[in-house]
Design a protein around this ligand. Structure first.
Ligand SMILES: [Zn+2]
Length: 113
């Protein structure tokens, strides 16, 4: 059982994410592979009190990203992120970054507007 008082937002692990990806990832938009929620990485729920760090979707709480430090480096699992929208410094606009996700009754799957 996880003590919910220990859950942080992903800003708490911004330094780790920057170390892993080489950029500030907190404003990067992710898409949850489970529910389709789109949102900045900073909105993920950070569970940091285990052997590794787990970032969960703020809508469905499914795992989006997890990593652990080992003596040999970092192990990273991003299977829960269907997409990461990284802006290039001089690149084109990637389109709308955040769209609301509205669950449809009975389907168990959200539908984007
Ligand atoms: Zn989700």
């Amino acid at each position: 059982m996880i003590d919910e008082r220990l859950v942080l937002d992903a800003n708490a692990v911004a330094g780790d994410l920057e170390e892993l990806f080489g950029i500030d990832l907190t404003a990067v938009v992710h898409r949850c592979a489970h529910c389709g929620n789109l949102g900045p990485m900073a909105t993920l729920l950070a569970y940091v009190h285990g052997p590794g760090t787990v970032l969960r979707c703020s809508v469905c709480t499914d795992v989006v990203l997890r990593y652990v430090r080992t003596p040999w480096g970092m192990r990273l699992d991003v299977r829960g992120a269907a997409e990461l929208r990284l802006k290039l410094p001089a690149g084109p606009d990637l389109g709308p970054t955040i769209r609301p996700v509205i669950p449809t009754p009975g389907s168990g799957r959200p539908v984007e507007e």
